[in-house]
Design a protein around this ligand. Sequence first.
Ligand SMILES: Cc1cc2nc3c(=O)[nH]c(=O)nc-3n(C[C@H](O)[C@H](O)[C@H](O)COP(=O)(O)OP(=O)(O)OC[C@H]3O[C@@H](n4cnc5c(N)ncnc54)[C@H](O)[C@@H]3O)c2cc1C
Length: 402
Amino acid sequence: MTETVQYLIIGGGMTADAAVRGVRTQDPDGSIVLLSEEDVPPHDRPPLSKGLWQGEELPAPPHDLEAIDRRTADAGARILTGTRAVELDPGRLEVLTDRGHRIRADRILLATGSRPRTLPDETGSVLWFRTLQDCRRLAAGVRDGARVALVGGGFIGCELAGSLAARGIPVDQIFPEEAPLADRLPLPFAHLLADQLDSLGATLRPGHAVTAFRGTPGALRIETDEGILGPSWGLAVAGLGVIPRQELAEEAGLEVRDGIVVNEALETSAPGVFAAGDVIRFPAPRFGEQLRIEHEDHANDSGRIAGSRMAGATERYDPIPYVYSGIGGITLEEVGVPAGGDPDEILVPTEAGGRGFALWQSEGRLRRLLVWNRPGRAPRIRRLLRDDPAPPTDQVVELLAL
Ligand SMILES: Cc1cc2nc3c(=O)[nH]c(=O)nc-3n(C[C@H](O)[C@H](O)[C@H](O)COP(=O)(O)OP(=O)(O)OC[C@H]3O[C@@H](n4cnc5c(N)ncnc54)[C@H](O)[C@@H]3O)c2cc1C
């Protein structure tokens, strides 16, 4: 039997929750079904590597979920957890689930997010860190006293290294670059980050490109392009970046290009099928390019706008990207889009706890701003950019009030 609803949202992340709320801004009563493969309702993901490790107790049910639950059902959505959409028929606006249900809708949203990149793992025990379940498994492992190998020098690796080390949990962070986040930050900042993680007690092992995980669960060995790294670890956690979960769209014949392609209305190449969040490639006219980004702010905004458009609103998605991270007591924020080369202006603090910034311009316009340890200032500058894409550098620095 086929069930019919007005709005069908596929995905159980922050984008899906934001979309439910977006629908409700236009349509207080329309029927909404949300399908999520996860067995828990939508919740905030950023605390999985940060806030949840700061409380007295380690992450464990039910207190961890209670702290981050988005309470999506309160907005009047029916949430089917543990249910995966396996087939999309864009012509009929119909979806088949892995439980054999068929659901037809007036509008469908794909908010399927992204999945972690992986490496060969003969132990079957590596945590490709993404979900609350991964977070709980990590907490269970460290409760048992396991020494942790954190593989990856990106945000997830750094945040977890800071969070675990601050609790006195033995942790080695292994990555190919010369310092954590060195592929993203100007080197002096990356070295300050290394100092901070080191001072918290994390052991940094730069210069190692991991290729595989060997050994057995509880006694993992790490293979690199130069041989096996010693000793062995009780637990390995990987943060190696993500790839968009676009297969449902791809198999349905929708346009995909390293992400589901959407227009400024967040509609895919199939009329009536929208997409938002980590999984989309969208036009960013302010920056003259197509983007795919994986940040909380993007999940919230694109989700909300997609939801409201499905219910008849006309707002366009025209973001100025914003990302934040908290690493061992340091706050990092970025506004804008990636920019290559040296920054046009830079102020590096003398110690990790100080304040700093770096700023990149392109044809007179502010392209990227990095703010070090001045929480809350980057969003102000983003607001400024909405009206003036080329603010004078003096004005930006003044707003940073360093
Ligand atoms: C540990 C961690 C920390 C982070 N910290 C920060 C931070 O500090 N700052 C920041 O800006 N960003 C951060 N991010 C990134 C941010 O959380 C993501 O960009 C955001 O969660 C993306 O939301 P999403 O809903 O688009 O995708 P996802 O969170 O990936 O959710 C997708 C959902 O869809 C479900 N799904 C997929 N396919 C199907 C299907 N076929 N059927 C049913 N369900 C399906 C998945 O199970 C999942 O529930 C962090 C991410 C992680 C993992």
